[in-house]
Ligand binder design. Structure first.
Ligand code: IDP
Ligand code: MG
Length: 143
């Protein structure tokens, strides 16, 4: 059986960027065997973030999430490899960094800081459909 190569959108969020963890996250991605296809560092505006997080609009953590994400620089990356969408989610660990397993990015490097939104260092696309949509938002040139 063979699996097709696929791409995923990874973000090192402002909390991770500020703590100097972009290199550590990218190191883990490359050590796992995935390829970096595109990389960019910038502070995202609310328009881009509203598209990216449309599914969460109206939730109690939506505004704090928008503030966290627009409050500093992110490292945005497109990664590639067979099953890298699922594979990066496994590397990232559970959404809540307190219970994310040791060995994962969020489990090893994240914690609860008492904020209204979980500062959990990374974002990773959760399905092929999300990956396609999100890569279009962050790297339209790869369309
Ligand atoms: P994911 O990043 O693991 O895919 P999502 O459910 O897509 O998690 O949520 C997007 C982001 O919103 C999370 O990474 C986290 O920063 C924040 N978030 C999600 N659920 C909660 C919550 O219940 N409380 C606070 N922040 C949350
Ligand atoms: Mg998500």
């Amino acid at each position: 059986m063979t699996t097709q190569t696929e791409r995923s959108l990874v973000l090192i969020k402002p909390d991770g960027f500020t703590r100097g963890l972009s290199g550590e996250v990218l190191r883990r991605i490359e050590a796992k065997g995935y390829t970096l296809v595109a990389l960019s560092i910038f502070t995202p505006d609310r328009e881009r973030l509203a598209k990216h997080y449309a599914e969460h609009e109206g939730k109690p953590f939506y505004e704090p999430l928008m503030e966290l994400m627009s409050g500093g620089q992110v490292t945005a990356a497109v990664i590639e490899g067979q099953r890298c969408i699922e594979g990066f989610r496994a590397l990232a660990g559970a959404t809540d960094p307190t219970v994310a397993l040791p060995g994962t990015i969020r489990g090893d490097l994240g914690r609860d800081w008492g904020a209204k939104v979980q500062a959990n260092i990374v974002h990773g696309s959760d399905s092929p459909e999300s990956a396609k949509r999100e890569i279009g938002i962050w790297f339209p040139e790869l369309g």
